[in-house]
Design a protein around this ligand. Structure first.
Ligand code: BGC
Length: 720
């Protein structure tokens, strides 16, 4: 244990983005002065009703300034025509902004965000978002509803797939990287998209992991964990924020002025635009928070929502609310200004050139590299992997070996299935089709029929090794795809049993949108590579990893439970007053053991996770020198370095992700997590090579909220 003594200090967040330039402000002012109320409310309205071909009705509405934005609607030609009408034929010629869920790629699909988080590689994550922006911008999209930076600590929640995992530091770093990728150097560049930090806030804490469900987060947890990535996004200059569907501490986030006015605008000085989620404004009625659409509009506008997605309560009721003095013209004008400012920043008021689609070779190379870095080797008994390329024959088994759509994962509505290279195709290409025996065993991941088992077992018998491609289809994770069981669905476990009985070496590649539980199956599979949903180029990346052209280097961005009953389980938990004892380890799963001891544990399963946060094996081995601190104490405003040497002591070149955690202080005003991630670095090491890795820590890095909700670093001993 290294001890660092800190002095208390208050740290208030850095102020947000700078004021937009004076000329733009003048033009905004002139426009707002000329706009009718209906035109203002039109700007505050976003619709999906752009259909191919554009109807006369929608053309007339655009001409009349009825809509400020469209989402997930129409094709590039429709968007071009709609924009032409808005900028040439509407009274004030205000351009439209076209939003779309470009979440982890557009036509080329990158790993799902949870997989990207497993890379721990902000620059690569940035590059992936950059490529996605280029592809989408070529189709006249100017706004993406990403990144989703909801902290996700519950694998039952289907949207964990779209998250950057459980840790606020990792999600902050990677979320900011995505924002830089989408937005590029300048929003006005033709190939930049406005990004959107969503869903503000607490959405990932849905009770029971059931999507859209209530979230209860004490303010200290909200601020210390759930809001941190949002504040980082605000500091990274994210152009927009999206309000969440859920209630947070009994107030729907879409009408929560504490979140929107006090924190986002007040504390963080955020100057971008705030959009609601899909019909989240009128959902206030179902929440029981508004009697009708008029009251929903009032509460959302008063709280600070500026653009209403899909439902039309603002447009329908704001005039009456103004007349009744229940909202003010300042509320409306403030929103319109923020919307117009975004359009100016995107360069939409000038003819914005449409960029050519990016070089597909580069986009695919980024997709393959991201897929490669996102794979996490969970198990490799007897160094079964990598397989030798001189293998005579390999059996490829399982429902996910050759399913392009499932490889892309959730949110790939624009993903081109015909671009996808599946593991089966890639392995055939690498080894020659004659050496690959394919027998899926199951039609899809939910298939319960064992009709295909005999062929799968016979394939394994004929081969020198079998690789099973297991997991979840794309449709089992993502929005509204919560699961109460986390096991491999369908008859996949039975398929593992049947293939294992063939007595050949077997490895599994798991493609999924969440952490799954596969404790029993794992005992029969010596090598497991967890690939989340790896996207378009998952196949070649997996083939390279299986055969040692690359070494796995991904690390888990989220804790994997042994069983769903342990959820929520995450690494940065507080200690209990009765921590488990060493003897509480290794409790077998299922049947209660002889109950004894008054400790914080389970009597029917080991209390620890199956695989911890930050975990991932490699084909090589690394040796860490004991970390050295530059000083034993850290004073307010000071900095301290922590240095360690990392050496590749094994036979293969590989990347390693060096992770810095702190723990403490002991004896502060609140109990602190047992460990917290404070830094990480991906380094590449050839066999025998070593590198010095240095982290710098300031008191700001160690600050946390005290019971008075002040952000401060308190004095006391730390462990690093
Ligand atoms: C989701 C958002 C998404 C929006 C638009 C909603 O259902 O929660 O994340 O951006 O739809 O598609």
């Amino acid at each position: 244990m290294r001890t660092i003594v800190l002095f208390a200090m208050s740290l208030w967040p850095a102020l947000g983005a700078s004021a937009a330039d004076a000329d733009v402000e003048r033009r905004i002012g002139e426009l707002v002065a000329r706009m009718t109320l209906q035109e203002k409310l039109g700007q505050m309205s976003q619709s999906t009703s752009l259909r191919t071909p554009l109807s006369d009705a929608i053309k007339a509405e655009i001409r009349a300034g009825r809509w400020g934005s469209f989402l997930n609607a129409g094709d590039a030609r429709d968007r071009a025509e709609a924009q032409r009408i808005a900028t040439e034929e509407s009274r004030l010629k205000i351009p439209l902004i076209f939003g779309r869920d470009v979440i982890h790629g557009y036509q080329t699909v990158f790993p799902i965000p949870l997989g990207q988080a497993a890379t721990w590689d902000p620059d690569l994550v940035r590059q992936a978002a950059r490529e996605a922006a280029r592809e989408a911008a070529a189709d006249r999209i100017t706004w993406t509803f990403a990144p989703m930076i909801d902290i996700a600590r519950d694998p039952r929640w289907g949207r964990i797939a779209e998250s950057l995992g459980e840790d606020p530091y990792l999600a902050s770093q990677l979320g900011a990287a995505m924002i830089r990728g989408f937005q590029g150097d300048s929003l006005a560049a033709p190939d930049s998209l406005a990004a959107c930090a969503k869903h503000y806030a607490g959405y990932g804490a849905a009770e029971g992991g059931r999507d859209y469900n209530s979230a209860w987060l004490p303010e200290i947890l909200l601020r210390d964990v759930y809001l941190r990535p949002f504040q980082a996004a605000s500091q990274a200059g994210v152009a927009t924020f999206m309000t969440a569907f859920n209630t947070l501490n009994a107030v729907p986030a879409t009408a929560d002025s504490f979140l929107l006015r006090n924190i986002l605008r007040g504390e963080w000085k955020y100057e971008g635009m705030v959009v609601s989620d899909y019909e989240a404004v009128t959902n206030l009625i179902a929440h029981g928070y508004a009697l009708d659409a008029r009251e929903a509009a009032r509460k959302a506008i008063r709280a600070g929502v500026e653009m209403e997605m899909v439902s039309t309560s603002f447009y329908d009721h704001a005039a009456e609310l103004l007349r009744a003095g229940q909202i003010t013209m300042q509320d409306i004008d403030g929103s319109v200004r923020d919307i117009l400012r975004l359009k100016f920043r995107l360069g939409l008021f000038d003819p914005r050139p449409v960029p050519p689609p990016p070089d597909p070779q580069r986009t695919l190379a980024v997709a393959e590299k991201t897929a490669e870095e996102s794979a996490v080797l969970l198990r490799n008994e007897g160094r079964l992997l990598p397989l030798s390329k001189s293998i005579r024959k390999i059996a490829v088994i399982g429902p996910l070996a050759d399913s392009p759509v499932d490889q892309m994962g959730t949110w790939s509505m624009d993903g081109r299935a015909d671009f996808v290279r599946t593991p089966l195709a890639a392995l055939r290409e690498m080894l020659g089709a004659g050496r690959v025996i394919y027998a899926p065993g199951l039609i899809n991941s939910r298939d319960r029929s064992r009709a295909g088992f005999d062929r799968a077992v016979s394939a394994a018998r004929q081969a020198d090794a079998a690789v099973l491609f297991l997991g979840e289809e794309a449709i089992l994770s993502g929005e509204a795809r919560s699961r109460a069981f986390l096991n491999l669905p369908g008859a996949q476990e039975a398929l593992v049993d049947a293939v294992a009985a063939a007595g050949k070496p077997i490895a599994a590649v798991i493609l999924a949108g969440r952490p799954l539980t596969f404790h029993d199956a794992a005992a029969k599979i010596p090598a497991i590579l967890y690939c989340f949903h790896p996207g378009t180029m998952g196949g070649p990346a997996i083939a390279r990893l299986l055969f040692g052209d690359a070494s796995p280097s991904g690390k888990l961005p989220v804790t994997f439970p042994r069983t769903v009953g342990q959820v929520p389980i995450y690494y940065a938990h507080l200690n209990t007053g009765r921590p488990p004892l060493a003897g509480d380890l290794g409790v077998p799963m299922g049947n209660p053991a002889n109950p004894q001891g008054y400790r914080s544990k389970y009597i029917d399963v080991d209390y620890t996770p199956e695989y911890p946060f930050g975990f991932g094996l490699s084909y090589t081995s690394f040796r860490y020198s004991p970390p050295e601190l530059s000083a034993k104490t850290l004073a307010a405003g000071g900095r301290l370095t922590i240095t360690a040497q990392v050496a590749n002591t094994g036979p293969r070149a590989s990347d390693e992700i060096v992770q810095l955690y702190t723990s403490g202080p002991l004896g502060g005003s609140v109990a602190r997590p047992v460990r917290e991630l404070k830094g990480f670095r991906r380094v590449h090491l050839e066999p025998g090579a070593a590198v010095q890795v240095k982290f710098t820590i300031t008191t700001e890095d160690l600050a946390y909220y005290n019971p008075k909700m002040q952000l401060a670093a308190e004095p006391g001993p730390y462990r690093a």
